[in-house]
Write a protein that binds this ligand. Structure first.
Ligand SMILES: [Zn+2]
Ligand SMILES: [Zn+2]
Length: 369
């Protein structure tokens, strides 16, 4: 199955809450940034949703309706059109979160934690996540990169480590970026992350028929792209890759063993999927990482250098390559026994800052009896 990767910005604000721009202005800039979708997530209001269809039509970009549920105890992003009719946004006690999340799920929406470790009160009231979080499994995603130049911020580093700890506990939580977009003035040194969401074969066809009535919305975008449900499903699944530039993708291919059924041999797993291991051995699993430097090329620059590409698992670094700042595909046949998950990470320097440049979501590994 070949995935189609859509460039998305999943955390934005307009003048309907505390931002400087209108939805129209932001959508115009988003189109210049070659984004396919933006999620509108104003603080505790959906008044900005009015006129969404007109802006989509005029600017040739898709808008996913959402909201940032902003309380004194934490900020939670919700995505999906029906979310607001079900959830009661006045619930703001530290123990009310479970009820809020189940309301969101009943309406078919998604709930994600925004910037869990950003400085809280008095700098930003409620920015630090303080809800009772015994039930991380109930959440749909975590925003591990918040704001512009996200790889330079300590609170994001902490969120990334926290995500890794959750994964190591067996909690399969997808991770995304969010610009927390409030205005469009950025300096030259600023880098902007995007989350690519992978929309798949069958889903794409379903979306085509389901959303055929929207096909006339924009002449710029093929009908197959018009699917809010597909987008939500990609986030829910973890069919996602976060980057400051090149698109990183990760696949595991089952090369088969003596006991393999023919259905298993050749099967390809994408991020968000679970590889079921019946027999170990290094030869059976072939892992492919692809770094695509052709995507949204006008929007970012990585100078010539040797970048570090890593395959990481729950036990640490599984494999590592030095690669040029150019499109490349690498392969490994690692022993996956004892691993709970795998992801790819790209390190290097960009705009004078050295660090993590891109990462994929996880392919999970499960030992079967
Ligand atoms: Zn927030
Ligand atoms: Zn926000």
């Amino acid at each position: 199955m070949t995935l189609r990767w859509l460039a998305c910005e999943l955390h934005t604000h307009t003048i309907h809450s505390d931002a400087a721009h209108t939805l129209e202005e932001m959508a115009g800039v988003a189109r210049e940034l070659e984004l396919d979708w933006i999620a509108l997530t104003d603080h505790n209001t959906v008044s900005g949703w009015a006129g969404k269809e007109r802006v989509e039509r005029e600017q040739g970009i898709r808008i996913l309706p959402g909201l940032e549920w902003t309380t004194f105890y934490g900020h939670m992003l919700t995505l999906g059109a029906n979310v607001l009719h079900k959830a009661d946004w006045r619930l703001t006690g530290p123990d009310d979160i479970d009820e809020g999340i189940s309301g969101i799920h009943q309406s078919g929406g998604l709930a994600g934690i925004a910037h869990p470790f950003r400085m809280g009160s008095p700098i930003c009231t409620g920015c630090f996540w303080e809800f009772a979080i015994g039930k991380w499994r109930a959440l749909d995603y975590i925003e591990v990169w918040n704001g512009t130049s996200p790889n330079t911020k300590a609170f994001n580093e902490r969120a990334y480590r926290f995500w890794t700890e959750l994964l190591n506990l067996g909690i399969r939580l997808p991770a995304v970026s969010g610009r927390d977009w409030h205005h469009s003035q950025v300096s030259k040194e600023t880098t902007i992350a995007v989350t690519y969401l992978g929309i798949g074969g069958e889903g794409a066809l379903a979306g085509q028929s389901q959303h055929a009535e929207h096909a006339e919305l924009s002449p710029h975008v093929p009908a197959a792209d018009w699917g809010e449900q597909q987008l939500l499903e990609a986030i829910r699944q973890g069919s996602a890759s976060v980057t400051l530039g090149p698109l990183l993708t990760l696949q595991v291919r089952d090369s088969g063993s003596a006991e393999s059924s023919t259905a298993e041999i050749g099967r390809i797993y994408q991020t968000g999927e679970v590889v079921g291991m019946q027999s170990n051995g290094s030869s059976r699993w072939s892992v492919t990482i692809e770094a695509d430097f052709e995507v949204r090329k006008r929007q970012w620059m990585i100078a010539e250098q040797e970048l570090r590409l890593r395959l990481v698992g729950s036990k640490g670094t599984v494999a590592e390559w030095g690669i040029p700042a150019a499109s490349v595909t690498v392969e490994a046949c690692p022993d996956l026994s004892g691993e709970l998950w795998l992801r790819a990470e790209l390190y290097g320097s960009m705009n004078g800052q050295t660090g993590l440049l891109a990462f994929t979501n996880c392919i999970y590994v499960e030992e079967q009896a």
